[in-house]
Design a protein. Structure first.
Length: 365
């Protein structure tokens, strides 16, 4: 297969050997900052708010990157931007991702967030969304290597904290310039690079191309995180072995499974751990639900909770012979925090004591 090259020799400087002999990264170094483990929750707009970041870090993620922030000065003080700039000690290192196309605007946004306590500034050059790319931002920037260099130099010069970069492998399968972008990034002073293994044109179609990530790892000396289609601990280990990456970034696979980055981190460390039981997952979700209500308020919290609980149901349904469609419809119709909590408690009581199997006829919606 094109995206599964022969496993490569992994650099000793970035990795260590476990007791089992499997090659695995040690704790991740970003500039002067040390992460406990090399598994990072990806920034996802409308998803990785403070409650989710706190939950994932609490469950073992090495770091959780905040939702991308616009560099447009007219929008920096909007309610959405203000909420995205909220951080806490429970959320771990404060990694703030900024997006834009103007070097000085991005530099000013970086300076503002660093002054506000950001530990790391991450620059988004990987988002393939049309509303981002039509402003010549996100992955659209990969078409202009000169502008990439100008942006990176401006942001790195503007702050004293480490600056990282997230990219794709290129513009299209015919224009894979990820290696060139990575070299520009290293020369500009970028401290870590995350590579999603698809091009801008691919969006999220097809399979991640780990062979290109491996080429990028070979081309630079800064840490590289591999991202894309990493859904299980075994897949994470295989991707690390194939690419030689210093770590893993988990995005969509964590939806409804906030424990996944932590489980993968333990697996990389050579620790055999089971995924949470159904009762444990319901407890996590109910705590997350409370945090969403507290953070976003009753009106928005109720609405934002619907997608998180939907992902939670979908994740369980993908593993077990059960459908939660009836429960999802009921949950989405609820308009009070108390009734949302009560529904989850009711379903949790039905699931308590079951670790592996659950049938449709056991769920009385």
């Amino acid at each position: 297969m094109a995206n599964t090259p022969t496993p490569k020799v992994i650099r000793a400087s970035s990795h260590r050997r476990t007791e089992t002999g499997t090659s695995a990264p040690a704790g991740l170094q970003i500039g002067a900052l040390q992460l406990a483990n090399p598994v990072v929750l990806a920034p996802m707009a409308g998803v990785t708010d403070l409650p989710l970041r706190e939950l994932c870090v609490g469950l073992g993620a090495g770091m959780a990157v905040a939702e991308m922030l616009t560099s447009d000065p007219k929008l920096l003080t909007s309610r959405k931007s203000s909420l995205r700039r909220c951080h806490s000690a429970q959320g771990g290192l404060r990694s703030v991702q900024i997006v834009g196309s103007e070097p000085q605007q991005l530099a000013e946004a970086a300076r503002l967030n660093a002054d506000d306590g950001a530990d790391i500034i991450d620059i988004n050059m990987g988002c393939p969304a049309k509303k981002v790319c039509k402003k010549a931002a996100g992955s659209a920037l990969l078409a202009d290597e000169r502008r990439v260099a100008e942006i990176l130099q401006a942001v790195v010069s503007a702050v004293d904290v480490p600056v990282t970069l997230k990219i794709r492998t290129g513009l299209s399968p015919q224009q894979r310039n990820g290696v060139a972008i990575a070299k520009i990034a290293e020369d500009a002073g970028i401290q870590m690079l995350t590579v999603h293994g698809r091009t801008r044109a691919d969006r999220f179609k097809g399979e991640a191309e780990y062979h290109t990530i491996a080429r990028i790892v070979d081309a630079v000396s800064i840490p590289v995180l591999a991202n894309g289609d990493i859904t299980t601990p075994d897949k994470a280990l295989a991707v690390l072995q194939t690419t030689g990456a210093a770590g893993i970034m988990i995005g969509r696979a964590s939806l409804g499974r906030p424990w996944l980055p932590g489980v993968i981190a333990q697996s990389i460390a050579g620790i055999d751990v089971d995924q949470p039981s159904l009762p444990e997952r319901f407890l996590q979700m109910r705590r997350h639900l409370t945090a969403l209500h507290d953070f976003h308020g009753d009106f928005m919290g109720i609405r934002i909770a619907r997608k998180h609980v939907g992902w939670f149901f979908d994740a369980i349904a993908a593993e077990l012979p059960v459908s939660f469609n009836g429960w999802k419809r009921q949950f989405n119709a609820l308009e009070a925090t108390e009734t949302q909590q009560a529904l989850l408690q009711n379903l949790e009581r039905q699931c308590r004591g079951s670790r592996s199997t659950l049938r449709d006829d056991e769920l009385a919606a």
